[in-house]
Write a protein that binds this ligand. Structure first.
Ligand SMILES: Nc1ncnc2c1ncn2[C@@H]1O[C@H](COP(=O)(O)OP(=O)(O)O)[C@@H](O)[C@H]1O
Ligand SMILES: [Mg+2]
Length: 396
């Protein structure tokens, strides 16, 4: 395959290792400076310029987008997606994982366990927020920190309040998170490639430091992961839309607590700790997937007017309980079931013979009008836009 590694650090260990691994396997590989792309939107088809010239064809890209260039970098990745070039990490996945709040919101929707986290804005809400996550000491985090910078342990309520106010006064948004004391300055970094963990290490913070980042002096050792840690890591990466990811987890009393999912995990620490060829595993994975360019399914499926994707819940008293999908009448209503969620299980492409149970959730593609009639009444609004009322704003 012909692969482009998008990176502004051609000399960095990770870039060099990925490049070497690709060359060793007989691929054509170029490291392209992410910041030298030009996104062309005027032509008939989505296109890219590189260093002022038309970019040649690539089969796949491997984005290594640093924190400081997220906006431009993800725009470049998005453009490759529009051009049907395979990328293991989608632009949406990179943006979503970059922002700690956004990532937590998405993960919590899918029952991934995380340290209790809250996000507030008004100073009057700060103290109740601290109490909600279990009281001081609490961890305060900048939304877009990395390498441990912007992660602070506040010993008591007063200090926490002062830190939060200071940061907010400089227009920085912060998360308030339960301090997971039982993890004792240690965390787990699992490297996910595709649908498995290819390597894992434990990082141990130095001295009385609680942050275990290698950049904060943390030491590393290879670990054999418990299946529940593996499952949490793979699931988190999958949910974020990342096929290459470093998932950070704390060892909580009740199992793994996912802290963050990194879309450009560093390879040096983990390759040294585990002596595994992780770069090679990443390249092999991309080579296997090249035929499947990333498609923004929701966008593509919503192109036909009146059609879209929706999740239908099978309620306790629904008449389709006990019926097979094929006999449920969905197909006649122009609705196709893409996946069936049952508890924590997900059944892709469920068979027509699959019987529906109460509490099942069906991810469907179909006629929106028909699907709307099957969603229990929540918000019903007239379709016509009404006239502005005589008294547009009420007193009090
Ligand atoms: N809630 C927490 N409880 C205990 N330790 C934490 C908590 N959050 C972060 N840490 C420690 O701080 C480190 C950095 O936090 P993280 O959220 O991964 O930020 P960064 O993106 O800067 O790496 C983690 O690796 C972990 O060692
Ligand atoms: Mg981290």
């Amino acid at each position: 395959m012909k692969l482009a590694i998008l990176s502004v650090a051609p000399r960095a260990y990770s870039t060099q290792r990925l490049r070497t691994a690709a060359l060793d396997r007989g691929h054509t590989v170029k490291v392209l400076n992410t910041l030298r792309f030009g996104i062309d939107l005027s032509g008939e088809e989505p296109d890219l310029q590189f260093r002022g010239k038309q970019l040649t064809d690539y089969d796949a890209i491997l984005p290594r987008i640093g924190n400081s260039i997220t906006y431009f970098g993800t725009a470049v990745v998005r453009q490759f997606e529009q051009m049907d070039v395979y990328t293991p990490n989608t632009s949406a996945g990179i943006s979503n994982s970059r922002d700690k709040l956004r990532a937590s919101q998405i993960l919590s929707r899918h029952n991934v366990l995380m340290p209790a986290t809250t996000f507030v804005r008004d100073r009057a809400d700060v103290i109740p927020a601290i109490e909600r996550v279990g009281g001081a000491p609490v961890v305060i985090k900048l939304l877009e920190g990395t390498q441990g910078i912007g992660v602070i342990l506040a010993p008591d309520r007063k200090v926490a309040e002062a830190i939060i106010e200071t940061l907010q006064s400089t227009k920085q948004n912060v998360l308030i998170q339960r301090f997971v004391k039982e993890s004792k300055g240690r965390d787990i970094r699992a490297l996910v490639v595709g649908d498995r963990v290819v390597a894992a290490m434990r990082r141990v913070a130095q001295g009385d430091e609680f942050r275990s980042n290698v950049h904060r002096g943390g030491s590393v050792e290879a670990v054999e992961l418990d299946p529940e840690f593996e499952a949490a890591a793979v699931r988190s990466a999958q949910i974020m839309g990342l096929k290459v990811a470093g998932v950070d987890m704390l060892e909580g009393n009740d199992g793994p607590l996912v802290m963050e999912v990194n879309s450009s995990p560093g390879l040096e620490g983990i390759e040294n700790a585990t002596k595994l060829d992780i770069a090679g595993a990443i390249i092999d994975y991309i080579d296997n997937q090249v035929a499947f360019p990333q498609i923004d399914v929701r966008q593509r499926l919503s192109v036909s007017t009146g059609y879209g994707v929706a999740e239908l819940a099978v309620h306790q008293d629904a008449t389709i309980i006990g019926k097979a999908i094929g006999d449920s009448g969905l197909w006649e209503k122009d609705i196709t079931v893409l996946t069936l969620h049952r508890g924590t299980q997900v059944i892709p492409n469920p068979r027509a013979s699959t019987e529906l149970e109460a509490e099942d959730r069906l991810l469907c593609f179909g006629n929106l009008e028909e699907m709307r009639s099957m969603i229990p009444a929540r918000r019903k609004r007239g379709r016509k836009v009404k006239r502005l009322p005589k008294q547009p704003i009420h007193e009090g």
